[in-house]
Ligand binder design. Structure first.
Ligand code: 0JX
Ligand code: SF4
Length: 316
């Protein structure tokens, strides 16, 4: 039986960013240096496949520091942690390695700098997301107020409208955030902030690539996890850019074949925490049903790399 043709457009950049690469390396190097078990507070990155593979090598994933013994090393996830977490680890004399992405740490430092200058901070982010919890947890309660939407801006109760700064989560929608920043600047003309927002290069590039592809395709598959903020944003971007069907898939088994029945073109991208093997798996599975022609749509090149902490580069 002949297979129907399928034009497959592959977004570039897609998948792992420099922060994820570094975070995974940190866990692997910690296991080599200290042996198993090494504890990891929260999923090192939001991907079950990555977490399961590290677990097989001896990593133990927990949600809170209280769930770790004093005498084993612990790693903090790429999303960042409230200040109290390393403080508690220190108080317990634990060995800890912080895998917070340097671009998230940069936002932590920004928040602290504004606080030292006497400003109250408004954070644009998703409530309960570990990065938001971590960034807000850099300062005492009440010093960072959270807004998630333009509507929230109208409701926010600040101490002094002339003494404000804003920071953002790194994995937000570029377009939604621009709207919230505009609302903040309109309501608080003296607010201080970054030039645009704190969305990182990887989030920006992955969203741009999806925007460029969306008009060419009947459907879009985003390889990524349901708890991955940056991956979910890619699904939204595709839909808003005119792609009539966009689905988040953790791996090939989640493809909804009925929903994509009859399509002649498809786009594929992957969130910053999704391994390339899973993209390969999705493409290989599409090939079992379609005569696939792959075209890469490259809208940016990336050459960012982050060093692992010195403690891991030195022998035990
Ligand atoms: O949910 P997020 O997109 O923040 O995290 P994920 O999917 O683990 O991506 C990598 C870590 C990003 C931190 O900024
Ligand atoms: Fe760092 Fe951006 Fe990757 Fe998050 S998505 S880990 S901020 S590079």
């Amino acid at each position: 039986m002949t297979k129907p043709p399928l034009a497959l457009y592959l977004a570039a950049p897609r998948g792992f960013c420099a922060g994820v690469d570094r975070a995974i390396k940190i866990v692997e190097m910690a296991l080599r240096k200290w042996g198993a078990p090494v504890y990891v507070r929260h999923e090192i990155v939001h991907n079950k496949f990555v977490v399961d593979r590290l677990r097989e090598q001896g990593a133990v994933f927990v949600e809170e520091l209280e769930d770790c013994p004093d005498d084993r090393p612990v790693i903090f996830s790429a999303h960042g942690v409230p200040k109290a977490v390393p403080a508690q680890a220190q108080a317990r004399n634990m060995i800890y390695v912080d895998a917070t992405c340097p671009l998230v740490s940069k936002v932590h430092i920004e928040a602290e700098r504004h606080h030292e200058a006497g400003l109250q901070i408004i954070m644009i982010g998703h409530s309960g997301h570990p990065e938001t919890v971590g960034t807000m947890g850099q300062l005492p309660p009440g010093e960072v107020l959270l807004v998630e939407t333009v509507e929230d801006v109208a409701k926010v109760e600040v101490r002094d409208p002339s003494k404000l700064a804003f920071v953002t989560q790194t994995t937000l929608s570029i377009d939604d955030t621009a709207g919230i920043v505009a609302a903040l600047r309109a309501q608080f003309p003296q607010i201080i902030g970054p030039h645009k927002e704190d969305i990182c290069y990887a989030t920006t590039n992955r969203q741009e690539a999806v925007k460029a592809m969306a008009p060419k395709i009947d459907a879009m598959l985003v390889v990524g996890a349901p708890n991955s903020s940056n991956s979910r944003r890619l699904v939204e971007v595709a839909s808003r850019a005119g792609c009539s069907y966009a689905q988040l898939v953790q791996r090939a088994t989640e493809i909804d074949w009925r929903a994509i029945d009859g399509i002649s073109s498809i786009g594929i991208t992957a969130g910053a925490s999704a391994p390339e093997e899973l993209v390969d798996e999705v493409i290989a599975t599409l090939r079992t049903r379609y005569d696939v022609t792959v075209t890469e749509v490259e809208t940016a090149t990336e050459n960012v790399e982050f060093k692992v902490p010195r403690a891991l580069r030195e022998p035990a």
